[in-house]
Structures are given as structure tokens and as C-alpha cells.
Design a binder for this molecule. Structure first.
Ligand code: CP
Length: 317
């Protein structure tokens, strides 16, 4: 693996999931693989799980991890080509990325979207500029449109939880939120579930919240949440702002929050969420504090997802 920005960088998805599960059972099996290697973890935006799980994963492989909160502590970066830098940006990514490439063997980057300019966000300008100029493998720690380490952890969680000899029904359902959020987690989950191809996949959301079909093609899409939930084995709850009317929020209907009562039509479905979650806005306490919830297991699996990816990258370099 030369980089990890989306499911398209994965050669064998089932093998990657199995590798992660192997590391879950044997965390230190490859502890000398990363001897003498360093990973830089650059955060232009906040994080808890991604930051710490990737550090733990690196440590398990013997890689030294260094975290740099660029958004708070670094120079304001410019990403546009040919820009006259007489504004607020101080350093161009063309200059910063090769320097970082000389310090590290792998670079992880988190860059959220603006939610103002869809064309720029969906071009993945920021992370692609790091890929172009760093000269070392780049790992997405969540980019403008995708969150691949989260999606890999989600599929690891579904794989280890579902033991029946049939396809699970997986439902991605929109939930209310107090602010406009990116489409990254939902886009990415849809992309990975579709690439995996081992689930009956349904997406439910209010009208106007259609995601980019580049990610959702293959899923059944409905505006009727309760209908979608019938016979579900997994219910993934997530808010996102609108893709068509980019970044806008027009639905605040609390009826879209997932409650325990709604799960009565499912096959004792497991409730998933990437976290952080707004309790009693996106998901009720009655779900999060019940046996339905596997959100902690899901977040714990972020370590094994990151470890499998870093191992693949190191093995190829
Ligand atoms: N799910 C996730 O990426 O969490 P953090 O934002 O805390 O990293």
C-alpha cells in the first residue's frame, strides 16, 4: 500500500480486515516492523480517537509517532497553486510538505472541509497537495470527504460481531445535530460497505440530504427511517449536512433521533456511531446505554484498523 486515502488504496479488503483482527488478538506480533521509523500525525482539526488510536497502533509496530496540531500551533498553510501570499497564510504546502517528508517515513493528516466550496472540498485539494509534495506515504486521518480509518474499523466491528451464515442488513441513518457537519463519515461508510459487498445496505435520510452517488451507488435509499430499520442487524447513526445545497441544514426534526423503541422492528440491531456523539440529539441514552450499543467496541477497533494500514504501508516500503 503506497497511501491510504480511500478504499481504492486497498488491494484486498477482506485480507486487511483479517489482518486487523489478527493484530487485535496479537497486538505486538510485529513490534519490530517499524524499528527506526517515524510517523508524523498532522491535525488541522480536533480529534481524540484518531489521534490516540493511531499513536497506539504505531507504538505496537515499533514506530515512533509525533503529533503536530497544525491548526493550533503551526503556521497557517496555503494550498492553492500560484497564489500571491499577501493574506493570512504564512507557508505554502509546497514548502512545508517536503520538509515533513524529510523528517518522517509516513505522514498522517486530518483536514476537514470548509463546507462552503463543494468543488474545492470534493477535489480533496489539501490532502492531495500533501500526497503530491511530501514524497512519502500519506494516510488520511479524515479528509474533506472521507474517513477511511473509521470505515475500516466499522467493517472490522461488523465482521467480528456478525456470526450468522447470511448477509447482514446494514442501515446508515441520518440523525439531527446542532451544527453543520461534513459528509465524510457517511460517504466513507457507504463507499466501504459497497466495496465490501457482503451486506444488504440501506441508507435513510430526510429529503435533501442525498449523498454523492459516487459513494452511495449500490445502496437502497429511502426517506422512511422506520421502514429502513425493519430486520436491520446494524444501524449506523450519523448526521451530515447537505451535499446538493452544499453545507446547508434544513432538517431539525427530532423524530430522526434513534431511540430504543425504534429498534423494536430490527433483529436486535447493534447501534453504531463513530463518536463523538450528541446524546439525546443523534442517539438516545436508551440506545447508547443499552446492549444494543457497540460504539465503544467500534472506537476500540480504530487501533487495529490503523495498525493494519501502517503495517501494509511499512511492508511495501
Ligand atoms: N471518530 C473519530 O474520528 O473521532 P475523533 O474525531 O475523536 O478522532
Amino acid at each position: 500500500m503506497k497511501k491510504f486515502l480511500s478504499v481504492h488504496d486497498v488491494i484486498n479488503l477482506d485480507a486487511l480486515i483479517q489482518k486487523a483482527l489478527y493484530y487485535k488478538a496479537n497486538p505486538l506480533a510485529d513490534r519490530s516492523l517499524g524499528h527506526g521509523k517515524r510517523i508524523g500525525l498532522l491535525f488541522l482539526n480536533p480529534s481524540m480517537r484518531t489521534r490516540i488510536s493511531t499513536q497506539v497502533a504505531a507504538q505496537n509496530l515499533g514506530i515512533e509517532a509525533m503529533v503536530f496540531n497544525v491548526g493550533q500551533e503551526g503556521w497557517a498553510l496555503e494550498f492553492g497553486e500560484g497564489v500571491v501570499m499577501n493574506g493570512t497564510t504564512v507557508e505554502h504546502v509546497k514548502d512545508a510538505a517536503p520538509v515533513l517528508g524529510s523528517y518522517f517515513d509516513v505522514l498522517g493528516i486530518r483536514t476537514f472541509p470548509s463546507l462552503k466550496d463543494r468543488e474545492e472540498d470534493y477535489s480533496e485539494l489539501y490532502i492531495n497537495q500533501f500526497v503530491k509534495y511530501a514524497g512519502i506515504p500519506v494516510v488520511s486521518l479524515e479528509s474533506a470527504t472521507l474517513h477511511p480509518l473509521q470505515s475500516l474499523a466499522d467493517l472490522i466491528t461488523i465482521t467480528e460481531t456478525f456470526q450468522e451464515q447470511r448477509k447482514p442488513k446494514v442501515v446508515l441513518t441520518w440523525a439531527p445535530h446542532v451544527k453543520a457537519l461534513p459528509q465524510c463519515v457517511a460517504n466513507s461508510f457507504a463507499q466501504w460497505v459497497n466495496a465490501w459487498g457482503k451486506a444488504d445496505f440501506v441508507i435513510s435520510h430526510p429529503q435533501g440530504y442525498e449523498l454523492d452517488t459516487a459513494f452511495t451507488a449500490g445502496a437502497s435509499i429511502t426517506h422512511h427511517q422506520q421502514e429502513a430499520l425493519i430486520d436491520a442487524d446494524f444501524v449506523y447513526v450519523k448526521n451530515w449536512s447537505q451535499y446538493a445545497d452544499y453545507g446547508q441544514v434544513t432538517c431539525h426534526d427530532p423524530e430522526w433521533m434513534l431511540t430504543r423503541q425504534k429498534l423494536s422492528v430490527t433483529r436486535t440491531a447493534r447501534a453504531m456511531h463513530c463518536l463523538p456523539v450528541r446524546r439525546n440529539v443523534e442517539l438516545s441514552d436508551s440506545v447508547l446505554d443499552s446492549d444494543h450499543s457497540i460504539v465503544t467496541q467500534q472506537a476500540a477497533n480504530r487501533v487495529w484498523a490503523a495498525q493494519a494500514v501502517l503495517s501494509e504501508i511499512l511492508s511495501n516500503h
